[in-house]
Ligand binder design. Structure first.
Ligand SMILES: [Zn+2]
Length: 114
């Protein structure tokens, strides 16, 4: 039924992109157990943010480029995709087409327009 021949365009972000900007963009969260969750909302609280996943988990994270989650997101380290969050395939494809580079790509600094 669905045509799967559309390959999402390669996108690049800087390795030093801010974590909050990144998760606001890709809306995915790798848990410590290696499960990739879909992010429902990000509530900015200054240096921290409260993240709510589609499966109902809520937690507060620090805006660190070097945090575990930031590294795991960049390296795409996850085992399974959360079955409750029901992350759509197109989102996962978009994520897998996303690369992170030190000297190339968006820092997501001036993307306030939605
Ligand atoms: Zn989930």
């Amino acid at each position: 039924m669905e045509k799967k021949d559309k390959v999402p365009p390669k996108r690049y972000y800087r390795k030093r992109v801010e974590l909050f900007k990144l998760i606001d963009k890709i809306k995915l969260w790798p848990s410590r157990k290696g499960i990739l969750h879909g992010i429902k909302s990000v509530e900015n609280m200054g240096p921290q943010a409260r993240i709510t996943t589609h499966c109902g988990k809520t937690f507060v994270v620090n805006d660190s480029r070097n945090s575990r989650a930031a590294r795991w997101l960049r390296n795409k380290w996850f085992g399974n995709v959360c079955p409750v969050c029901k992350v759509p395939d197109w989102k996962l494809e978009k994520y897998s087409a996303t690369g992170f580079k030190r000297h190339y790509g968006s820092l997501l600094l001036d993307e306030n327009k939605k």
